[in-house]
Ligand binder design. Structure first.
Ligand code: AMP
Length: 342
């Protein structure tokens, strides 16, 4: 049995190139890179998706669309060590969540920073109980498959610690039921925490490209028309220094364009910097980035349109069957330990 790496595929429908190069591609590279030595479980956290209000009428469409985006970005469907599944298709996630809830203190969940922040915003009267106890769902997601490594951001640190605590608590009480995932520090060492890639807003390169920018002028969305996207690049804010110096921190607009050029053409940033350093016109750089971004979007959009839907559905079906077997084996062990099964 190979150790298990597990991660949820969270995406939404207006991803920008920052999300693509900063989050999607690293995840897919991780899956490809580790599939020889690990089982890589990638799941769509659909139960989790309505801990905050969503449009339920669009959920099915959005789930499938998210999966297609991952496939178009290069997620391998033919690797038997990469497992793709939807959380709610494995009912053991919900069942184990209830059991974990019953061994968790109210205070333990009340202290979770994410819950405290969200409930402070909307008030305890309005915050969902799902938001309160979803760390138990997350623990079930991990423990059912005996996952050792789970890449998490700092906002999820407490939830990994809870997962370790509840696993050890039940192991101490009932004997070895669960594999305890590695502590957060080791998780970060394993995954190489945040390579620090930050694509900047084109209109205001002092801040990061973010979908919360309402004008959309500074953002390249994956769904943007390639010609319109090229126009956004050409009107990107630069500076009035009149000479490209990639090492100059005050040239954040130029640095951002060089970075985008490297990413969209698959070249090393050092090589791109060396090509443009010292140039006294910004026009040729902007033209090259505009062409590269437009070609990247054309290519991505065509891959998205051509995702083999039948292959994707077949992969989900076969992996969900296999994952149900693994998850049910763990669940049965727990059910026996707590006296629900003979
Ligand atoms: P968000 O939806 O803004 O929370 O972004 C999801 C993930 O995408 C983040 O955790 C980052 O890893 C990545 N990301 C978002 N914006 C950028 C950006 N401007 N540059 C690089 N990565 C980004």
């Amino acid at each position: 049995m190979k150790p298990v790496i597990l991660t949820g595929l969270r995406a939404n429908n207006d991803l920008h190139i920052g999300n693509y190069f900063g989050a999607l591609l690293p995840l897919i590279d991780m899956a490809k890179h580790h599939a020889d030595e690990y089982e890589v479980n990638l799941f769509m956290p659909d139960l989790h998706s309505f801990t905050t209000p969503i449009d339920h009428g669009n959920l099915q469409r959005d789930i499938m669309n998210n999966l297609r985006i991952f496939v178009a970005a290069g997620l391998p469907l033919d690797n038997p060590s990469v497992h793709l599944y939807r959380q709610s298709y494995i009912p053991a996630h919900s069942e184990l969540t209830w059991i974990l809830d019953c061994f968790t203190g109210f205070g333990e969940f009340s202290r979770m920073t994410e819950f405290k922040d969200k409930s402070a915003k909307v008030g305890t009267e309005h915050i969902g109980v799902g938001q309160f106890n979803y760390p138990a769902l997350m623990a079930a997601d991990i423990l059912l498959y005996g996952a050792t490594y789970v890449p998490v951001g700092d906002d999820q640190r407490q939830h990994i610690e809870y997962t370790r605590n509840i696993a050890e608590r039940l192991n101490n009480k009932f004997g070895e039921l669960f594999v305890v995932p590695k502590p957060v520090k080791e998780q970060h060492e394993f995954f190489g925490k945040d390579q620090g890639l930050r694509i900047k807003d084109l209109a205001d390169p002092t801040k990061k490209m973010s979908k919360s920018d309402e004008s959309g002028r500074g953002i390249i969305f994956l769904g943007d028309n390639p010609t319109e996207a090229a126009k956004k690049i050409k009107s990107a804010t630069t500076d009035s220094l009149g000479k490209i110096n990639a090492a100059n921190r005050t040239q954040s607009g130029v640095q951002n364009l060089l970075q985008i050029l490297a990413l969209t053409t698959g070249r090393l940033i050092e090589e791109v910097n060396a090509e443009y350093n010292g140039q006294e016109q910004y026009g040729p750089l902007k033209a090259a980035v505009a062409d590269a971004v437009s070609a990247f979007l054309t290519d991505f959009q065509s891959r998205l349109a051509n995702v083999d839907e039948a292959q994707l559905r077949a992969k989900l079906e076969s992996d969900e069957k296999q994952m149900n077997e693994i998850a049910n084996t763990t669940l049965l062990k727990v059910q026996k330990a707590v006296g629900l099964r003979a």
